[in-house]
Write a protein that binds this ligand. Structure first.
Ligand SMILES: Nc1ncnc2c1ncn2[C@@H]1O[C@H](COP(=O)(O)OP(=O)(O)OP(=O)(O)O)[C@@H](O)[C@H]1O
Length: 593
């Protein structure tokens, strides 16, 4: 990933490095000219005699200032560009990621891993490699070159000082490593818990979870603060030790230089230049040691992003046979599936001819959504075959299959965008066409009453809409798509009876020629489907029409009786409560408007 980034930004990187070399050459050359100036001033009384040298020195200083300003552009471009690009690459990864691996990571942790990792990746390229090549290397190179011209022995002393500093840093490095690694753990934990708290306001508030969550977060935050303080103190200890070593070195050079001046072996200008060069040559050493520590630490953060980037991908997404228009049938043949070690589906077989409808019914947790996710290729079967027009799903390029499938998942079928975008995605559709669809799902009046109409933002996961409105908006989307296979997971769970009936009639009419697969809890709802698949604890225990199952399957009869009893109970309660009657009729009449 980092290599990809470097290749992507190669021209800007090259420009940045060339500018760095130019600046550092001019800096070193400037010190050299300054030394000549000092030495000439000692013997010359006329300003005119050294005016040329002063002008040259001034020009160098101006050129350095201008170049420093100009490097701001590649600096800003690279630091922000690399950071954002890494985050985009992470999203690209999510687009190809194996669904099971995605489920395992969790959103809060994933966001933190990506943020931390992208920031660490940016620092590795920008604050480490580029800093070395555009600043430290040229500074050291030109400084050593110019020092070597004055005195080879001093060059050697500088080299020894460098080794001492390097060894010291390595010691500190080991300590920092351990703290930083556990710091990342705490930060990811904090992100996980806070994202959970931010997203689940209603559940947390009603269950009074916030106090406990905040206490837990506070403890984690305290831990993060303490670790950051320790990291800072170790960092700063390094700087202090470094400053002491450089000061000692400067004093030694001063003593040695003054002695040489007194013995007539050197000039004042050269001693001043040497002191200036010590700063020049050691600053990169100091910076290198710090950025090396940071680099090692950033490797920890980036390593986590790399782990995420290396998570298994869905091999079928972009590879395999192109799926044409679905024309024959979908068939599950002895399909088994486990979540980890827990076997859920055991040798499931059924078929849906093209253009017919199938309902999957069964108690909660029996495996209905899992069957659908297997059919969508999100989850991968353990054994058996899932045949789409006779071709196993493992051989099909899923991206091409998705052109022929509409799917509404159980929860959050809506994303954070406008009502219009939630329906059309990339299709070209006029407002009239969109409103016609909204009319079919009984949402037109509601949308027209909104100040921003179709351009109303629905909020994260459609939070500004009711549960039923979210479902109906998703229906409008699949009606706009008109694909051959339509899969609905609990499509009417949030609708009242009247709305459910009307919306479902529209849906079944519109999709009468399509293959329709519906997961439903209410059996009443699936009476008119061509086939009903009855699932119990991951096994198929019945397949047939509503009437057939009612005759042949005691389990189906039991579920149907239970539903009838519950319905009667509900009606009795409604009859006994005038308030609820009024409410029910208000809801219904609103919908019928
Ligand atoms: N990612 C997962 N990891 C482990 N177990 C899972 C996972 N997803 C689902 N399960 C388990 O698999 C079983 C079947 O889940 P599934 O969602 O298919 O049930 P369902 O019949 O659709 O239920 P419902 O009607 O409540 O939506 C459940 O017991 C569930 O806890």
């Amino acid at each position: 990933m980092l290599k990809k980034c470097i290749v992507l930004f190669k021209w800007m990187i090259l420009l940045y490095i060339i500018m760095g070399f130019m600046i550092q050459f001019l800096n070193a050359y400037g010190i050299r000219i300054f030394q000549e100036l000092i030495d000439q001033v000692a013997g010359i009384r006329q300003l005119n005699d050294i005016l040329g040298l002063i002008i040259l020195y001034g020009c160098i200083l101006l050129a350095v200032s201008l170049l420093n300003y100009l490097t701001e552009y590649p600096q800003a471009y690279l630091s922000h560009g690399i950071f954002e690009k890494l985050k985009i690459m992470a999203l690209e990864k999510v687009s190809r990621m194996d669904y099971g691996a995605y489920q395992n990571i969790g959103t809060g942790r994933m966001i933190k891993v990506i943020e931390n990792g992208a920031s660490a990746g940016k620092s590795i390229i920008y604050s480490f490699y580029l800093e070395i090549f555009s600043n430290l290397l040229p500074t050291m190179l030109f400084s050593l070159l110019f020092i070597g011209m004055y005195n080879i022995q001093i060059m050697l002393v500088i080299a020894v000082g460098y080794i001492v500093i390097f060894l010291l840093t390595n010691l500190l490095l080991r300590m920092l490593y351990r703290i930083k690694s556990s710091l990342l753990d705490s930060q990811e934990k904090l992100a996980k818990y806070s994202v959970r708290g931010f997203m689940e306001l209603v559940v947390f508030r009603l269950n009074k979870r916030y106090d406990k969550e905040i206490r837990r977060l506070t403890a984690t935050a305290d831990d993060i603060v303490a670790k950051n303080c320790r990291i800072r103190m170790i960092h700063e200890a390094f700087f202090t030790i470094f400053a002491v070593i450089v000061s000692l070195l400067k004093i030694a050079v001063l003593v040695y230089g003054v002695k040489q001046i007194l013995d007539g072996g050197t000039s004042i200008g050269i001693v001043v230049a040497l002191i200036m060069f010590i700063d020049q040559v050691y600053t990169p050493v100091a910076i290198f040691n710090v950025i090396y520590v940071d680099y090692k630490l950033n490797r920890v953060g980036y390593g986590r992003l790399e782990q995420f980037i290396n998570a298994p991908e869905d091999a079928n997404l972009l590879k395999g046979m192109e799926a044409g228009p679905l024309s024959r049938q979908i068939e599950f043949r002895d399909v088994s599936f486990s979540y980890g070690d827990a076997r859920l589906l055991d040798q499931v077989s059924f078929a849906i001819p093209q253009g017919t409808s199938l309902a999957i019914v069964g108690l909660s947790g029996s495996g209905k959504s899992t069957i659908v996710k297997l059919l969508l290729g999100l989850l991968k079967k353990e054994s058996g075959s899932i045949l789409i027009d006779g071709v196993d799903i493992d051989q099909i390029k899923l991206n091409s299959l998705y052109d022929h499938v509409s799917y509404i998942p159980q929860d959050a079928p809506i994303f954070d965008a406008t009502i219009r975008s939630n329906i059309v995605f990339d299709q070209e559709m006029s407002d009239e066409q969109i409103l016609e669809l909204l009319d079919t799902v009984l949402l037109k009046v509601k949308v027209m009453s909104l100040p921003e109409g179709l351009d109303t933002m629905v909020g994260e996961r459609g939070i500004k809409l009711s549960g039923g409105e979210r479902q109906r908006l998703a229906f409008a989307r699949i009606m706009a798509q008109q694909r051959e296979l339509v899969i609905l997971d609990e499509p009417v769970s949030a609708l009242d009876n009247i709305t459910e009936q009307r919306v479902m009639e529209s849906l079944l009419n519109r999709f009468s020629k399509n293959t329709l697969l519906v997961i439903a809890h209410r059996l009443d709802f699936v009476k008119h489907m061509d086939q009903i698949l009855l699932v119990r604890d991951g096994a198929i225990v019945g397949l047939g029409t509503f009437k057939e199952l009612l005759h042949n399957s005691p389990y189906f009869q039991e579920l149907w009786d239970r539903e009838k009893r519950a319905e009667k109970e509900r009606l009795r309660e409604e009859a006994a409560s005038p308030a609820s009657m009024t409410n029910a009729s208000v809801t219904g009449s609103e919908m019928l408007d």
